[in-house]
Design a protein around this ligand. Structure first.
Ligand SMILES: Nc1ncnc2c1ncn2[C@@H]1O[C@H](COP(=O)(O)OP(=O)(O)OP(=O)(O)O)[C@@H](O)[C@H]1O
Length: 278
């Protein structure tokens, strides 16, 4: 089943150039799609069209088979988790109430909300005593975890994430990425995740969509993008850098696996890159 579909979508702001240019993309249920690309290529714009924060000028978007025109905005947003870099927890509310905010406005009972908050705080790798604290009593990484817990609270099928770990330090980011990967494997949500960090995109995405100037340059698994780039842009953007990122993330074993299955063009590309980085 297709959870999100963009068809020939276009967008420009004011009198500016085309930020999204006739873009089509289908995202299947349970995929973890990382939207990767240089600054300004339109990643955030595309993401925000899914929950109607930005309106396309042209083209069509469907969420769970229903056109976004036919979705009531509130119902659509309540059914989609949304995590951004500035997580925006309510400062005057305890963590448990921050997590339970959407279940509360959805009229869930207090005992259900408390149970759910406890489950979620564990799911994102924190202790239950966090629930009684206020946001100011948490580190940046802990706040991002609570942001993920809050996005999951109403059990949405789809989660949109816009550079959610961009503002935390390297160690916390690595832990958050691992936790998110685990949550995705466990819960099978459909995730659309914006990042400009190649290693993050390769590590998390079951599919990587590389954007450039409002269009998709290439969409595929990491091995395809690194070893079978379809355009010079993909080769420049991902070739050597992607290879190094894959190396650093320890995902080379999978890639070696593919090389060993006998694809000689991949072997040649691999040799070429290996010579350049060694
Ligand atoms: N509200 C706006 N008004 C005018 N121009 C905008 C607006 N929002 C974004 N833009 C422009 O649209 C283009 C795409 O922006 P967008 O935020 O979608 O890119 P991005 O790929 O997410 O970039 P980054 O990685 O830097 O966040 C940029 O040139 C940006 O300056």
């Amino acid at each position: 089943m297709i959870d999100i579909e963009f068809k020939e979508v276009c967008k420009h702001y004011n009198k500016g150039h085309q930020v999204i240019n006739n873009l089509s993309l289908q995202i299947e249920q349970g995929e973890f799609v990382t939207l990767l690309g240089p600054s300004g290529c339109g990643k955030t714009t595309l993401l925000k069209m899914v929950n109607k924060l930005i309106k396309p000028d042209d083209g069509h978007i469907w969420v769970k088979g229903t056109s976004i025109h036919d979705w009531h905005t509130t119902a659509l947003r309540r059914g989609i988790g949304y995590v951004i870099q500035q997580i925006g927890l309510f400062p005057h509310m305890r963590i448990k109430d921050n997590i339970s905010y959407v279940p509360m406005i959805n009229n869930m009972t207090k005992s259900f909300r408390e149970k759910r908050a406890r489950e979620l705080v564990h799911l994102v790798g924190l202790e239950e005593d966090m629930l009684e604290r206020y946001p100011r009593e948490l580190s940046g990484g802990q706040k991002q975890r609570i942001g993920v817990a809050r996005a999951l609270a109403a059990d949405p099928d789809i989660i949109l994430m816009d550079e959610p770990f961009g503002a935390v330090d390297e160690i916390a980011r690595t832990k958050l990425q691992e936790q998110l990967k685990h949550i995705h494997q466990q819960l099978g949500k459909t995730i659309l995740f914006v990042t400009h960090d190649i290693s993050e995109a390769l590590k998390l995405g079951t599919r990587i969509v590389l954007m450039h100037k409002g269009q998709i340059e290439q969409s595929g698994i990491k091995e395809e993008l690194i070893f079978q780039p379809k355009t010079p842009f993909v080769k420049d953007f991902l070739g050597l850098k992607g290879f190094k990122a894959a190396l650093n993330e320890g995902i080379m074993e999978q890639i070696y696996g593919d090389i060993l299955t006998g694809d000689t063009s991949m072997q040649a590309f691999y040799d070429q890159i290996n010579t350049r980085i060694s």
